[in-house]
Design a binder for this molecule. Sequence first.
Ligand code: SF4
Ligand code: SF4
Length: 305
Amino acid sequence: MTDRLPDRMRWCFRALIRAVTFVIRQLLPENAYRSAQSRWKIIRTNRHLTRILGPEFRRSRSLIEIDITYACNLNCFNCNRSCEQAPTGEHMSLQQIQSFVDEWIWEGKVWDRIRILGGEPTIHRHFFEIIELLRSYRRAYAPGTVIEVATNGYGERVNDAIRKLPPDVNVSNTAKQSNVQRDFRSFNVAPIDVPGYRRTDYTNGCFVTEICGTGLGPGGYYPCAVAGGIDRIFGWNLGRQRLPKESDGMETELKRFCSVCGYFKRLPEGPLNGPVKSQTWEDAYTQYRAGRRHGRSECQRSGTN
Ligand code: SF4
Ligand code: SF4
């Protein structure tokens, strides 16, 4: 962003803040420090401060998450892909994934990690073909790339698929047992509906864009895979059809998606025992359902595999 300070000056500001934080930590009792820390997290996202310090989180260019399907066999409350709130069979076709992989080969793109998820990825009709397609890409062009499947580990069909995976594919199994995930965040409580986020610069993103990386789904590329799931509901059609450049911070997309994404909120939350939604999300789901009733077909946005 051209209106931000030079990197050197920004580095100095950051170092100063780290030093002040260190001193405050020594002076304040633990509770007072935690409360000050929470307040600071919100202040850090303020527009003016962001202009000085730059964004708090940066999209990883070496990690990618691919939502191959938004279908799931376990409809958890507060799912960050809206599998429970707005069930669908929408998915990526094999052909669609192949064309994205072809682009990586053409561009010489080598990922450190490709994570396959959804929805529940193992219930995609062509799950094993997709795995093979990615393994071929790795064999020929990116021998160091980690391929990982993130699964809910729920039910016989899913576990059977996991057992059949080749040993060179990693599995991240959350082993869910029910549709209540008490440790989930309030994904459907939009920061724009919560006091305290009025002067926020949403290009700050959150940890997801940094540690999970670029997202790819039926709609294209996003600053994170969660954003692709948000786009499915809001219908903004902001997915990029070409791989974003290394220099591309995807600020326009972050501004839009993070403003409604509950993961952006900086304050600690208690456990969730059931669904929680703010008005923006209530309205979005109502419109999504109305759109489907009026014939906005899933086939318009997904492949036909
Ligand atoms: S298992 Fe994961 S994708 Fe499926 S509903 Fe639960 S949170 Fe969503
Ligand atoms: S859309 Fe949500 S998960 Fe993605 S970077 Fe923004 S706040 Fe984080």
